[in-house]
Design a protein around this ligand. Structure first.
Ligand SMILES: [Zn+2]
Length: 172
């Protein structure tokens, strides 16, 4: 948006597609560069050029790039999957999250079982407390704090957001 002369030499992807002259104040030019002709072709096929132009004029200039990226993403998904569009991708990922969450819960349950069964001397605080109360026979009711609990972004609020790195489950 700083200088309109940067893209005045060659028409933007939208104007080239629509076979019209790309004016210096072309609303499409900042978001549909000539190097990405497919981006406009997809958006035009799904939403129509006049609807995109109307939408860009309605939103604030600082929101236009996000709006175009969203339209381009949705148009590409709709071309790949005409029935479900990006909802198809979302439901596949949601099913994957549920499956991985179950896997993670099962692995955490295994870890808790192993740490309570083997009373490691290093963990003497938790181990002696359980051993002293009922002889270590049935300690499942009062399990110690899970020493190797793997955090997950879906079962706790990870403020750093780096819980994803431990979500794979293949490091066991
Ligand atoms: Zn243009």
């Amino acid at each position: 948006m700083a200088s309109s002369s940067a893209y005045s030499n060659s028409p933007c992807a939208a104007c080239k597609f629509l076979r019209r002259k790309c004016m210096p104040d072309c609303i499409f030019a900042p978001y549909f560069p000539p190097e990405e002709p497919q981006k406009f072709a997809n958006v035009h096929k799904i939403f129509g050029a006049s609807n995109v132009s109307k939408l860009l004029n309605e939103v604030q200039p600082h929101q236009r790039e996000d709006a175009v990226n969203s339209l381009a993403y949705e148009a590409e998904a709709r071309i790949k999957d005409p029935v479900y569009g990006c909802v198809g991708a979302i439901s596949v990922l949601q099913r994957q999250v549920i499956r991985l969450q179950k896997e993670l819960d099962a692995t955490n349950a295994d870890l808790i079982r192993y740490t309570t069964c083997t009373e490691i001397p290093n963990h003497d605080i938790a181990a002696t407390r359980i051993g002293g109360e009922d002889g270590g026979g049935s300690s499942l009711g009062q399990s110690p704090p899970p020493a190797f609990y793997y955090p997950s972004p879906w079962n706790n609020n990870d403020p750093l957001g780096d819980g994803f790195h431990t979500g794979g489950g293949d490091n066991i």
